[in-house]
Ligand binder design. Structure first.
Ligand code: ZN
Ligand code: ZN
Length: 421
């Protein structure tokens, strides 16, 4: 991530920013004072997946206090990601329910368990859905997003010690969605899963950093997009729009946005795409090859279907690379014309930005603060916890880009506005 050279680190900027925003600081203190009987746990509202195929609903849920190495966070806002829909539809495998959903969010730390370092009560934080162990083979080889224990915990919906802090009204254990579970008033997460950010970044926008932004922009960095290159982005939803922003920041000369929805193509053009291609008419890959006189250097697939992954491959020039960012449901297979490996095309996957999020976030935040990366413009809907199932329906229809759940309006900094695109 090309961080802006600056002597001012986000940590150093916090006191000044906090002083400049007295209302936000007061809201933090009020929220801290309002934590009900934290020692005994918290009764709260949370969006629960009971069974795939059924609407998700808000329930009263019990949250135990944070254990050693864990923090309790008052959730301010949370983004609705397509992965939440895949989980709700049971498309990521068996046994992943009952679960409190939500993995892209931001809030304010209320309490920290023993041995927590680097984050303290009062800190504004973004959730990170991979809390790397630091010791496994993947971590040791510099690929923390592939951390093996973190992956196992994510699939099991458990925290680092293998247990859950969440119980339903019937007393039965609930899983922590992707170890975060932030479609809730509070979340207990691993200390390494709460990354401090400066106080002056509105939390309803900061929430997006935790999945969409780090995934989309990280994929561009992982692909090594260079100044003057040609890029196609297939799928212009919440993550695809971040890939486009990343490609623009990386200096791509041509950025072809591909989607079926005209409003998403319009958003893509606003975010830096140079061309918009309606995937509903004709063969997008053939058109891309024609438009570019032979194909693009990098084709990003941000949908997660066999057809769009194949289209990314077909849109490449010889020597080009297809980058699969979209999350395909379990069981999806892709076939490729093997003879084309002779033209040195390649295809790679990118998960959660393919880098250490703790290292990526400061640079991304500097880009936001300097105005070179917009966060608010990908948000199509500001909603409440009760509206999450409707947001899932919009995602299933391919409608809108990002819905953000405003859980604590004062902390989130989004006022009372509610938009529906
Ligand atoms: Zn996500
Ligand atoms: Zn690890």
């Amino acid at each position: 991530m090309p961080a802006t050279p600056s002597a001012e680190t986000p940590a150093a900027a916090v006191p000044a920013a906090a002083a400049a925003v007295p209302a936000a600081a007061a809201a933090v203190q009020a929220a801290a004072a309002a934590v009900p009987a934290a020692a005994a746990g918290i009764e709260m509202r949370a969006c629960v997946l009971r069974e795939p195929g059924r609407p998700v609903a808000v329930e009263r849920v019990h949250l135990d206090p944070p254990g050693p190495g864990e923090v309790l966070v008052r959730v301010a806002a949370a983004g609705v990601c397509h992965s939440d829909v895949h989980l709700a539809d049971g498309r990521l495998g068996e046994g992943r329910w009952p679960m409190v959903l939500g993995h892209e969010g931001a809030g304010v730390v209320q309490a920290a368990g023993a041995r927590v370092t680097g984050v303290a009560p009062g800190d504004h934080v973004v959730f990170c859905m991979v809390a790397p162990c630091g010791a496994c083979r993947a971590c040791r080889s510099g690929r923390p997003t592939l951390c093996e224990p973190a992956g196992t915990r994510s699939v099991a919906g458990r925290l680092r010690d293998g247990s859950s802090r969440l119980r339903g009204a019937d007393g039965a254990t609930l899983q922590h969605g992707l170890t975060v579970a932030c479609f809730a008033e509070y979340a207990v997460v691993d200390g390494a899963a709460a990354i401090p950010i400066p106080d002056d970044l509105p939390l309803w926008q900061a929430a997006l950093l935790g999945c969409g932004v780090v995934t989309g922009i990280g994929a561009v960095t992982a692909a090594g997009v260079r100044i003057g290159e040609r890029v196609a982005v297939i799928g212009c939803g919440g993550v695809g729009l971040q890939v486009i922003a990343g490609a623009r920041l990386a200096g791509a000369a041509t950025i072809i946005a591909v989607d079926r929805r005209p409003e998403k193509l319009a958003a893509a053009l606003r975010r830096g795409a140079t061309h918009a291609l309606d995937a509903g008419h004709g063969d997008a890959a053939t058109e891309i090859v024609t438009m570019t006189g032979g194909g693009v250097d990098h084709a990003f697939e941000v949908v997660g279907t066999a057809g769009t992954i194949r289209a990314a491959w077909d849109a490449l020039r010889p020597g080009g690379t297809a980058v699969v960012v979209g999350l395909a449901p379990a069981g999806v297979e892709v076939s490729l014309p093997a003879i084309e490996f002779l033209s040195e095309k390649s295809i790679i996957g990118s998960y959660y930005g393919s880098a250490d999020p703790r290292e990526s976030f400061p640079g991304l935040i500097e880009l936001v603060r300097s105005g070179r990366l917009q966060l608010a413009d990908v948000v199509s809907d500001l909603i409440e916890l009760e509206d999450i199932d409707a947001a899932f329906q919009r995602l299933r229809r391919g409608q809108g880009s990002r819905s953000v759940v405003i859980i604590d309006p004062a902390l989130a900094g989004a006022g009372n506005e509610t938009r529906h695109a």
